[in-house]
Ligand binder design. Structure first.
Ligand code: SAH
Length: 399
């Protein structure tokens, strides 16, 4: 049975929703007791009972739901999702047409009009990620919409219900169609990536760094020594090596990173033996590098927003300045630091301040060569700046 529930918005929040703000916050609603189950469709109304916007109830990080439509009469059904996904497909036409890139984001949550859902494309396979029970409740309608619009090899899913800050992994990521090889090999600007659609929360590559990887390969890598910290499957090193780096060093504390990185090198015909892959805490490695007087022409910093290792807790908003200081000390004069963060908690301006502070404290000079935010396929809602989380700065240390 399709039903909608009216929820009264507190007066001070009405204008925000009228302006198109898509995240339904807990504190903006007078009384949540009318909704009982995640996934319920809600109409936001003002104190004259006038319709403002329509959304769904689903608990995710800071929010209690997402706005889906500004139209009072719009029903949230298969047709609705079809319209959204169809538009998203058109928006990515260049990606579908590009044979050198077969992995990209097809649907980016609130950027494409439906917060809490992303769909990634991997060479004919589709991976849906559900960020709340609320959006997962719409699964059947969303799947029907997607299936009616695309020819697919297979469909997979990840549940990232975040209510306790934990990923829910129940090992049933396959949804329908054909099962994917483990791995499937996709292309990104001509390079290969091994992708595992059914092996834990991460599939092997972060698609949002595509333009950064290409830039490293095409403009910065040739003849350089490259240190890649928090390297995961070594994607930055793959591109550095393809761009002619003299040597890459990958550092990650996860055991799995060694075999995963070797595999990415191998499928790109890069000689694994001539690259270093180190399984260690990055912060120990920095100490080691300083002790051994190691210097690199390029240092990539791409930490998680928050991480806890045996000895360290790292929080990007608190500790990035120190991370930069570690990196600056082992970067050659005239070398490049690629500083990256996916933390939505601070802006590009704050991130630039971190860089300024780190160099100032070490009495060093630098120049910003270029910077990046999310690529085109990671479409952002201009009313929701927090969604534009990626910040990458190429910093040249002065000679
Ligand atoms: N830069 C990667 C993505 C990083 S994901 C890429 O381009 O694909 C974050 C990685 O940081 C994970 O693989 C995790 O194992 C690693 N990590 C977290 N804390 C760490 C630490 N203290 N030292 C080394 N690696 C760490």
């Amino acid at each position: 049975m399709y039903k909608e529930i009216d929820l009264l918005v507190k007066p001070e929040f009405v204008q925000e929703y009228k302006n198109g703000y898509p995240l339904i916050s807990k504190e903006s609603i007078s009384d949540w007791s009318k909704v009982t189950k995640e996934g319920e469709i809600i109409n936001l109304v003002d104190n004259k009972n006038k319709f403002i916007a329509k959304g769904y109830y689903g608990i995710q990080n800071k929010g209690y739901g997402w706005v889906l439509s500004a139209k009072k009469d719009e029903k949230i059904d298969v047709e609705y999702f079809k319209k959204k996904i169809e538009f998203a497909i058109k928006y990515r036409k260049d990606f579908f047409d590009d044979e050198s890139t077969t992995a990209f984001r097809l649907f980016n949550g609130e950027g494409d009009g439906v917060g809490g859902l992303t769909i990634d494309y991997f060479d004919g396979f589709y991976l849906l990620t559900w960020y709340s029970i609320g959006i997962y409740e719409q699964k059947e309608a969303i799947l029907e919409a997607l299936r009616s619009l695309v020819d697919f090899k297979g469909i997979y899913q990840k549940k990232r219900f975040d209510s306790k800050g934990m990923y829910l992994i129940d090992g049933d990521d396959f949804v329908c169609g054909a099962k994917a090889e483990a791995p499937i090999v996709v292309k990104e600007n001509g390079a290969n990536f091994a992708i595992y659609l059914d092996d834990g929360p991460m599939v092997g590559v972060f698609l949002d760094q595509r333009d950064v990887r290409k830039t490293i390969r095409d403009k910065y890598a040739k003849g350089k020594t490259v240190l890649n910290t928090f390297s995961y499957t070594g994607a930055f090193c793959v591109f550095a090596a393809l761009g002619g780096s003299s040597k890459t060093t990958s550092v990650d504390l996860a055991n799995r990173s060694r075999a995963k990185t070797q595999e990415q090198f191998r499928i790109n015909d890069i000689d694994v033996q001539s690259q270093d892959i180190i399984v260690e805490d990055v912060f120990n490695y920095f100490k080691y590098a300083v002790r051994k007087n190691l210097l690199f022409d390029m240092v990539v910093l791409d930490p998680p927003s928050f991480a806890r290792s045996k000895k360290h807790t790292f929080s990007a908003s608190k500790d990035y300045v120190n991370l930069l200081k570690e990196a600056i000390q082992i970067t050659n004069k005239g070398g490049i630091i690629v500083a990256s963060t996916n933390s939505a908690n601070f802006s590009m301006m704050t991130f630039r301040d971190f860089i300024f502070k780190a160099f100032k404290e070490l009495k060093g000079k630098y120049r910003v060569e270029e910077s990046f935010s999310l690529p085109k396929d990671f479409r952002v809602n201009d009313k929701f700046k927090e969604g534009d989380y990626l910040k990458v700065v190429f910093i040249r240390k002065d000679k």
